[in-house]
Each structure stands twice: as C-alpha cells, then as structure tokens.
Design a protein. Structure first.
Length: 169
C-alpha cells in the first residue's frame, strides 16, 4: 500500500511521533474503522484517522492475534487523542494521568488513572471519553476506569514533551 499524502503516526510501543511522506510504501498490519497499524522500515506505526491517507482493500480489515503488549501499546496511543479540558494543550497520557491500562477478561479494558487534583471536576467527563474511545476496539464490550489518588499527581509525571509544551523546560 502507498500513502496518498503526508501522514502523522506514532511508533509502537514508544509512542514516538513519526511523519510518513506521501507516496511511501507501507504494509498494513491491521485496520479498524478509521485507524490502522502499518509497518515501515521494520517499525510498527499507528496511524489515526486514515480515511484519506490510505486506500484499504476490504480484505485488510480486522485484527490478527495481538500480544498483550501490542494491545496495551495501541490502547495507550488511542488515549493520546484525549485531552484534559482544563489543560487542552497536552493529552492525558503525556500529562501523566494514566497509571495503567490492561485487558479485563476477553472483552474488556481496565484503566487506572488519576486527576491533577482530587478537586478536579473533569473526572467524570474524562471517564466517559475514555470509555467511548476504547469501546470502539473490535471485541471490547466493557471499559472500567478507576480513578486513584495514590500516588498523587505531580508535575514530575509530565513527559518531557508535555513540559516543553507547557513552558516548564
């Protein structure tokens, strides 16, 4: 398959951003709805919102059997599309709000997260967004989001990218 236009992607499992140029050949590993994972130069790369970047034949749709590590990395990358409404410049993963994500039986996902403050009123909204996003995965029928405050969130939990975006470094 060839990319029709320049496309932003993220290397799995590191989440490192990568720009793929239009016309580059990639191999589709799986596709789901409007996103997919491809290989390019030996790396697995997650592409979000691929409707215009890639023309997928109907036989490329679906999931192969993934390892737990690849599933977990893919879920983390999906969560990078969600932002705390009070800090809209940085996604919830780079903010350090997601402590863990794991499979819950054969059809569920469990997310353990925190908020920047116990008084944060956006917790319920973030929970709804997380559940809505992750239930879009094929075979996922339930998502459990646990909000915890141990350990307490601090600025040290921000990724370097988040610190740079927020002007902290």
């Amino acid at each position: 398959m060839y990319l029709k236009e320049h496309t932003q992607g993220w290397v799995i499992p590191s989440g490192e951003p990568i720009l793929l140029w239009g016309g580059q050949e990639v191999e589709v590993i799986y596709s789901y709805s409007t996103s997919c994972t491809v290989t390019y130069e030996g790396k697995w790369i997650y592409l979000g919102l691929i409707s215009s970047e890639l023309e997928l034949p109907s036989d490329q749709v679906g999931y192969p059997e993934f390892t737990a590590e690849v599933k977990r990395a893919t879920w983390y990358l999906q969560l990078k599309h969600l932002y705390d409404p009070e800090l809209p410049l940085v996604n919830i993963v780079d903010l350090g709000l997601i402590y863990d994500i794991s499979a819950l039986g054969n059809d569920g996902i469990q997310v353990v997260m925190t908020l920047t403050s116990p008084a944060c009123g956006m917790g319920p909204a973030l929970m709804i967004q997380i559940k809505d996003l992750l239930t879009r995965f094929d075979g996922v029928t339930k998502v459990v989001v646990d909000i915890v405050f141990t350990p307490r969130w601090s600025k040290q939990m921000l990724t370097d990218s988040a610190k740079l975006t927020l002007g902290l470094i």
